[in-house]
Ligand binder design. Sequence first.
Ligand code: ADE
Length: 224
Amino acid sequence: MRIDIITVVPELLKSPFEHSIIKRAQEKDLVEIHTHNLRDYTNNTYKQVDDYQFGGGAGMVLMIEPIDQCISKLQSERKYDEIIYVTPDAPLLTQKTANNLSLKENIIILTGHYKGVDQRVRDLYITKEISIGDYVLSGGELAAAVICDSIIRLIPGVLGDETSALTDSFQDDLLAPPVYTRPSEYKNLKVPEILLSGNFPKIEEWRQEKAIERTNKIRPDLMK
Ligand code: ADE
């Protein structure tokens, strides 16, 4: 899979991809991540990529020209399955969306800044819009990193069996059950007996029960 991220602050996208699972996924050639500085795609002498909004109002808007230049160049090099714009005024990211995107070959992620992008970019190029939550970040870079992480860990071969994504929260619309590790007793706090029993069907039953209990309590909206 190849992911191209368009941004005005490429520095914000360095560290999230240089560690742990995402780093190993790149080393194993399971994913390629390329960031593109929007300022490299403007003919403007001052490398200006944003301007005041028509009609007045606070906040700058990213201009169509550099974004058009950047996306057109990428599209001349390969075909893209999705061109995603990350913005708070969009449908929320779900596990289903991440599962779906993990099957794509090439995607572009456009990150907004300031008041967002000229609407004509959205009308012309964007095939999917995603918000990572009902709150506003300073820019779309961290949201893009979150989306990339949620997708990349699902690409076959990225996670080993021991970290299989199949048992994650949300894969079955339930939150994950509680987990414990050694020691089995710490300051009088004991691990539930069932987990030490070696009775795996019973342990599975217990986990399912706890997952339902937890979901009912914390996220009743997920219980259909
Ligand atoms: N940009 C700013 N806030 C955002 C959010 N919540 N989701 C996606 N992109 C954003």
